[in-house]
Design a protein around this ligand. Structure first.
Ligand SMILES: NC(=O)c1ccc[n+]([C@@H]2O[C@H](COP(=O)([O-])OP(=O)(O)OC[C@H]3O[C@@H](n4cnc5c(N)ncnc54)[C@H](OP(=O)(O)O)[C@@H]3O)[C@@H](O)[C@H]2O)c1
Length: 260
């Protein structure tokens, strides 16, 4: 098993590190992390079980596979800081907007794979978009796909679709959280205790998603199945449409794609 090192230990890295160790497939003693705020890093190390390190260069030296998990605008600085130790290593980048080509222009003699994860990986329900273009050795790619696969679904994406894939599955959890919160507010308005409201909505969302995944039915057909003529559900559906729900979703993705 390769030694895995995280540069950056924020929300996404914590989701991955705790997921990898929690899956039982990766030992904490084989996992390292560096982040500038050492107090926070030590606390996370105690909670998650990885080995904390004091510098990005020390982390690169000790790791076989380096997961770059800092913010996209910090990547150049990290590459500059670690350039003397990077030769011959493999980098897995999870930074939004960074592609294999962008790395290949900056770092030489380093193998790169760009992966777009999402936070449900924390509970083994993640999606990992693997950019089709990359130069890991085949055995490394197999290992990395297998490790990520312990936390969810691994999908190979053509490089021109990584942006829209990121908008949907990388950013998506926030949108569904917002929808969950909005319906729970409505439930509370009509007397549901807050915890029960979240439970009902979350389970309904997860169940509806699973029904679509398992049956492969068009979402419109599944919606029709629930809407009896003159019934309650169609009144709710019409009201959502009247308030521009479909357009709000499309414009939400437009706003992200404008930044691409
Ligand atoms: N959050 C998501 O849902 C999500 C989904 C898909 C992809 N991503 C990608 O994951 C990456 C991390 O996102 P995040 O949400 O986890 O961010 P975050 O919570 O803000 O974490 C950023 C991490 O980077 C560290 N850091 C800051 N400056 C650094 C430097 N110079 N060298 C090394 N580490 C540095 C921070 O350390 P300190 O706290 O010690 O300052 C922190 O641990 C981003 O590139 C993002 O595009 C995130």
């Amino acid at each position: 098993m390769s030694k895995i090192g995280f540069i950056g230990m924020g929300n996404m890295a914590k989701a991955l590190a705790s997921g990898f160790i929690g899956s039982g497939e990766v030992e904490g003693s084989q996992m390292y992390a560096y982040a500038p705020n050492q107090d926070k890093l030590l606390k996370n190390a105690e909670e998650i079980g990885f080995i904390p390190l004091k510098s990005a260069s020390a982390l690169v030296r000790v790791s076989d596979i380096i997961i770059l998990a800092c913010k996209p605008d910090q990547i150049k600085e990290v590459l500059e800081e670690t350039k003397d130790d990077l030769a011959g290593k493999s980098i897995i980048s999870i930074a939004a907007g960074w592609t294999y080509r962008m790395y290949a222009e900056i770092v030489k003699d380093v193998r790169i794979q760009c992966v777009m994860p999402n936070t449900p990986s924390m509970v083994g329900e993640g999606i990992f978009l693997f950019e089709e273009e990359g130069n890991l050795r085949p055995d490394e790619l197999d290992e990395v796909r297998w490790i990520f696969g312990t936390l969810g679904l691994v999908v190979t994406m053509p490089k021109n679709l990584m942006g829209i894939g990121t908008a949907i599955s990388g950013c998506g959890p926030a949108f569904f959280d917002l929808i969950m919160e909005a319906f729970a507010d409505a439930g509370v308005k009509y007397g549901l205790p807050r915890d029960i409201a979240y439970n009902l909505i979350a389970k309904t969302m997860a169940g509806s998603a699973k029904l679509q995944l398992v049956t492969g039915k068009h979402p419109g057909v599944l919606k029709d199945d629930v809407c009896s003529p003159g019934g309650l559900t169609i009144k709710g559906v019409v009201t959502l449409e009247k308030n521009g729900m479909r357009n709000a979703c499309i414009e939400c993705i437009d706003a992200i794609m404008k930044e691409e």
